[in-house]
Design a protein around this ligand. Structure first.
Ligand SMILES: Nc1ncnc2c1ncn2[C@@H]1O[C@H](COP(=O)(O)OP(=O)(O)O)[C@@H](O)[C@H]1O
Ligand SMILES: O=C(O)C1=C[C@@H](OP(=O)(O)O)[C@@H](O)[C@H](O)C1
Length: 305
């Protein structure tokens, strides 16, 4: 089992009996594993007790499954993975179907600082919406013949990269059913907004401290604006990110929708924004987009257009 696979699966097992013994053993429950576990896997499960009820033949119980592999306990495997539950994914799919008529195939642009999760969240969201996913950095790299972003900055300079970024956004703006994870600096050029406004833009607003933690964990090799030799990586990264955020926050606020991780964490009663899974964030993006589209539809109807 890949370490990044989900280690704790939560699912609802429908028990086709009202016999409490079956509840304990869970023999009539069905467990579907995702991710194609090919290797030996030890699964321990705990069935949370459901209150007995006189005349039900079908009842739903919640099962928490912890997996371990090669004698590595689940807690160790959990490092670096996300707890994207099956329920979250299901809700996301349902939300996607609800939002579809309002979107009418318009592209979605995710904007936000480096490491705000545009790529991670974007992939999940695009899959749920059956949209094609594109990373604008990857499109620039392709245009320049496969040279990495870091090398483009190094050999051709930032203005060259920015011009390519604008070209890419222009090309994408005439497409439909595309979800684009933009580069963190794409919001700075007003011309880019002209293109992004053809679709719906969503700002992933993540506290600088969280961005810094993510970037220090990943390293700065692929992020030329933060790549320095020597010194304390955390301090340098947080200092630079804070000033970049100050310069750009007004530009990010141009987005049609803002998804604030701090607000989400508070709303969901989580202690920390680090407790949020990418799927939960993707779901929030959709809820807000839908609200936005409904308001727009109402206004258009009222004006009689
Ligand atoms: N909701 C999240 N919770 C925890 N880590 C996340 C989350 N979203 C993204 N990450 C991690 O943060 C890092 C940067 O994410 P990425 O999607 O590449 O950001 P961006 O595309 O905005 O630069 C990756 O290591 C990713 O796994
Ligand atoms: O913030 C920025 O100016 C940049 C962000 C990067 O994209 P990500 O936000 O995907 O890391 C990439 O476009 C380039 O390194 C510049």
């Amino acid at each position: 089992m890949e370490a990044q696979a989900v280690q704790v699966l939560r699912y609802s097992a429908t028990l086709h009996s009202n016999n409490p013994k079956l509840e304990k053993t869970g023999t009539n429950g069905s467990l579907r594993m995702f991710g194609g576990f090919k290797k030996q896997l030890f699964v321990s499960s705990k069935l949370q007790s459901a209150k007995p009820s006189a005349n039900i033949r079908r009842r739903t119980a919640s099962l928490v499954v912890a997996c371990s592999h090669n004698n590595i306990p689940a807690s160790a495997l959990e490092y670096g993975s996300f707890h994207s539950s099956v329920e979250e994914k299901l809700i996301l799919k349902i939300k996607s179907q609800e939002i579809e008529p309002y979107l009418s195939g318009r592209c979605i642009y995710l904007v936000g600082m480096m490491a705000s999760g545009k790529t991670t969240v974007g992939r999940i969201l695009s899959e749920a919406l059956s949209y094609s996913f594109y990373d604008s950095d990857a499109l620039v790299v392709k245009e320049v013949g496969g040279i990495s972003v870091t090398d483009i900055f190094k050999h051709y300079g930032e203005p060259f990269f920015r011009n390519k970024e604008t070209e890419v956004l222009q090309k994408v703006s005439i497409m439909h059913r595309h979800l684009i994870s933009t580069g963190g600096g794409a919001v700075v050029r007003p011309i880019n907004w002209k293109y992004m406004q053809q679709g719906i833009s969503v700002w992933l607003d993540v506290p600088v401290e969280v961005l810094t933690q993510r970037i220090t964990a990943e390293g700065t090799d692929s992020r030329p604006l933060l790549h320095y030799e020597g010194g304390d990586a955390y301090t340098k990264t947080i200092t630079h990110l804070s000033s970049l955020f100050e310069e750009r926050s007004e530009a990010y606020a141009n987005a049609n929708v803002k998804v604030s991780l701090e607000n989400m964490a508070a709303k969901l009663g989580r202690r920390d924004v680090l407790d949020l899974s990418p799927t939960a964030i993707a779901m929030e993006c959709q809820c807000i987009s839908q609200a936005l589209e409904q308001i727009k539809g109402f206004l258009i109807g009222e004006d009689g257009f």
